[in-house]
Design a protein around this ligand. Structure first.
Ligand SMILES: [Zn+2]
Length: 191
């Protein structure tokens, strides 16, 4: 699902790169990034193989780095991502949504609690809330920062769902405990 980026003091947004360069960064992540490769393998094991056509590079008009568009696949926005790290990170986030879509055949993306559950997992497991990114966003408190960040970012993403613009916070609150604890296919929250 679409990921809204937050304002970051150290980053001009949007930056972006060309479609061809972004294509190269995606290829490279699929070949070399251990977390991206792990997620692709887990999708395969769960019965949802990806293939190269699963990943599309597009120019996106809304302020997002990428999105998951079921059942087609993952969209990466070349005009909003500029580095290998950003592309690999966006791929990881969207692949967690793809994994949720694959393993729960009754997942309904118009159901705000379903969507919130997947956003909580993606925000927690993809590195969206890594302390270095949080520091760059100006969020300095350490105790409980990971959970606070996960809630905040999940709410931002759920609020972009036209079905959930008014109920995002309630949906995240109600899904949080159960979905934060569910770290599949990882053993635990990656460091
Ligand atoms: Zn998401």
């Amino acid at each position: 699902m679409g990921e809204k980026e937050e304002a970051q003091s150290n980053k001009r947004w949007p930056a972006g790169t060309t479609e061809a360069e972004c294509e190269r960064l995606v290829e490279r992540a699929l070949l070399r990034d251990p977390t991206v490769k792990f997620m692709v393998d887990k999708l395969e094991e769960a019965g949802c193989s990806t293939g190269r056509n699963f990943f599309r590079i597009e120019k996106c008009s809304v302020q997002v780095g990428g999105g998951f568009r079921p059942p087609d696949g993952v969209v990466i926005c070349h005009n909003h991502l500029s580095s290998q790290e950003e592309v690999s990170h966006a791929l990881t986030h969207e692949l967690i949504h793809a994994y949720d879509h694959c393993r729960s055949r009754d997942l309904d993306w118009t159901n705000c609690e379903h969507h919130a559950c997947s956003e909580v997992r993606s925000a927690s497991l993809s590195g969206d809330c890594h302390y270095k990114l949080e520091l760059a966003r100006g969020n300095w408190r350490f105790k409980g920062q990971h959970q606070r960040c996960v809630r905040r970012r999940a709410e931002l993403s759920v609020a972009m769902n036209p079905h959930c613009s008014l109920t995002a916070k309630a949906a995240v609150d109600s899904a949080f405990e159960r979905c934060f604890a569910d770290t599949a296919p990882f053993d635990r929250i990656p460091p």
